[in-house]
Design a protein around this ligand. Structure first.
Ligand SMILES: [Zn+2]
Length: 436
């Protein structure tokens, strides 16, 4: 048993048991928090005592939906012909990028993306992976790299018909292999990944549904109704909606994650609530793809989580952008800090089976520290504005009771080496995509 007591902290856990504590201490035993409160003279412990010099500490943040495979897309040349709609955008940009990935560029994407997560205080990532020309072993590689960074990871492969039936079976098999291999790993949560309803035939959904019988506790992770094209496809196949189609194939289970849902109906929402699925909202991606704005009523009634859909790895910036995007149009406001600090930990609890994303007793010791010297008073009533508009980047990040970043320096990693390699891989990848 190892103990460490951190003192001289400002603790902010926006939707935790105690939201705001000044002059606080945190006792950590192995990978769990054992005490949070003021002072430490009354706390019995044996181990290291560390003065955190007045830093502000938040819970390690959770990204409820992203695509680490897209990490090398930053600055990628635009397609030759401007896409006319959402599906063309997928065909000309993202489906070329994922087909261009081989083992080395996939590794570089994972490493560069996860490094960025750590440096932005994101310590848990729910990933939706696609690399159709490097399927076998890709999820294990992701789990391995996440483990080396100390990041909790949910893994799945985007099963789809879009690359032919042999690829469909490989992708499905890769999911099943991960589901078996990582079933009891506390830091790796496998789900069954499906790209989207409109790239899966009824025959494919039937195969998936039958295989899912073997994993009654597992859930699917799927894009739903991100654009009207997905709904129109479901109608053309004879279903009332995408959600009704997934329900028909018994794919909506308690651990399932439904991504986007911009065009869902009231009936869809009731179906999801009945099944206990969780909805993930990705405001910056929806704005970037110009698909529309998810209604505040759906976000609230579904207790939606917050994801970035590959747009970025800083969840506080995603929360700020979500707030501002919604401010630009008429309609009720949404408290994005609630999505990030309340709904995402609830989703992580269900996905990983562990208390993650809070600073309280028995939660996993994932903590993000900031040197924050605010230009105005900060207190229990106004810390939300400081989180969205003041905080900046963390200096220290701890996961599972171990510092991964200390004084802005990574432990065990060569930051420059990872970035140098990802730059090299990105140049080769972009060149390759031009010929696809
Ligand atoms: Zn996505």
């Amino acid at each position: 048993m190892e103990q460490i007591l951190l003192h001289n902290l400002r603790v902010i856990d926006p939707f935790g048991e105690r939201e705001f504590i000044d002059h606080a201490s945190i006792l950590i035993e192995d990978d769990l928090i054992k005490f949070v409160g003021r002072g430490f003279s009354h706390v019995g412990f044996e181990g290291q005592l560390l003065d955190m010099e007045g830093k502000t500490v938040l819970p390690g943040m959770i990204n409820a939906h992203t695509h680490l495979y897209g990490s090398l897309a930053l600055g990628m040349p635009a397609p030759k012909h401007a896409p006319a709609n959402f599906v063309e955008h997928l065909e000309q940009v993202w489906w070329k990028l994922d087909r261009g990935l081989d083992k080395e560029s996939t590794r570089a994407s994972f490493e560069a993306g996860l490094l960025d997560c750590l440096q932005n205080g994101t310590t848990t990532v729910i990933d939706h992976h696609a690399s159709p020309n490097y399927v076998n072993g890709s999820l294990e590689l992701l789990a391995e790299i996440a483990e080396s960074f100390g990041i909790n990871i949910s893994i799945c492969f985007e099963t789809s018909d879009r690359n032919g039936s042999a690829s469909f079976m490989d992708e499905l098999t890769e999911n099943l292999r991960a589901m078996r291999k990582f079933e009891s790993n506390p830091y790796v949560a496998p789900l069954l990944g499906l790209h989207a309803s409109f790239t899966l035939s009824d025959d494919s959904l039937k195969v998936i549904s039958e295989l899912m019988d073997e994993f009654p506790d597992c859930g699917i992770h799927i894009h739903v109704a991100e654009d009207m094209a997905d709904e129109k496809d479901a109608h053309a196949r004879g279903y009332a909606s995408v959600i009704q189609r997934l329900d028909h194939f018994k794919l909506l289970t308690r651990r399932s994650l439904i991504i986007h849902g911009v065009f869902m109906t009231r009936e869809d929402r009731h179906t999801l609530l009945k099944a206990g699925c969780r909805l993930i909202h990705n405001p910056s991606s929806n704005a970037n793809n110009q698909v529309g704005i998810l209604s505040a009523e759906i976000i609230e009634s579904m207790h939606a989580g917050l994801g970035t859909d590959g747009m970025q790895n800083n969840l506080l910036i995603e929360a700020k952008e979500g707030t501002l995007i919604r401010s630009a149009v008429e309609g009720p406001a949404v408290n994005y800090l609630e999505l990030l600090f309340k709904n995402n930990p609830d989703i992580a609890l269900r996905t990983f089976g562990r208390l993650i994303g809070h600073i309280e007793e028995e939660a996993q010791a994932d903590l993000v520290f900031y040197d924050y010297d605010p230009r105005t008073e900060i207190h229990a009533e106004n810390f939300g504005s400081h989180l969205l508009f003041g905080l900046g980047k963390p200096t220290d990040v701890m996961t599972r009771g171990v510092f991964r970043l200390r004084h802005s320096t990574l432990f065990n990693f060569e930051n420059d080496g990872i970035r140098k390699n990802s730059r090299k891989q990105s140049t080769q990848l972009w060149k390759k995509i031009q010929s696809l």
